[in-house]
Design a protein around this ligand. Sequence first.
Ligand code: VGL
Ligand code: ZN
Length: 238
Amino acid sequence: MWDRRQILAGFGAAGLATAAGRGAFAADAIKPGETAALLVIDVQNCFLPGGSLAVKDGEQVVPIINKIAKAFGNVVMTQDWHTPAHVSFASSHSGKKPFEVIDLAYGKQVLWPDHCVQGTEGAALSKDLSIPQAELIIRKGFHNDVDSYSAFTEADGKTSTGLGAYLKARGIDRVFVAGLATDFCVAWTALDARKAGLETYVVEDACRGIDTQGSLAKAWADMAAAGVKRIKSDDIAA
Ligand code: VGL
Ligand code: ZN
């Protein structure tokens, strides 16, 4: 590795300023540490190119997530895992189309194309993920009548996935969230992490959004208001 003097000599002051601004130096890089976990949200075939609910440029998060994962001793992944006629599918409601919004007992529900059906290839995690140390996969959205964007709590606002208790039992007090999609499963997970009292970071360039009806801007505003810290992958110490 280069030391500081070599970098100074090689790049000059302008290069140094740019690198420091991105957190390349130990002084301002974030070190996850032993009580941190990376939460890799829904990097599944349905949300990737060719998938039934493909997120634009979704595949670009995979190498970034693989890279930052090396800095974490704790990695948890999630898998959206729906029943074949799940309540969140437009096809389960006659006359409704994907991206329409309906009222359910627990509140507003965006209707989606069929996606991430249990046991299908579309629900499988991307084969390009390379995070052998990942210790837990949380499946969510498996109750037919309740959606679950969040990795912590289903959309009814009360049914727990068990993730909060798991992290607490493991002594984890800060989480870094990455994956798909920024404005749904990433944002809801980050907001619930704050509710659970966790220091919470969202790694912006390790996420991509769906952005329907202003959802992406709203998600970032809600996350900022809740004290979620918005960072880039370069801010994390390698
Ligand atoms: C997601 C919509 C429906 C997500 C899951 O992973 O963000 N979005 N199901
Ligand atoms: Zn879903």
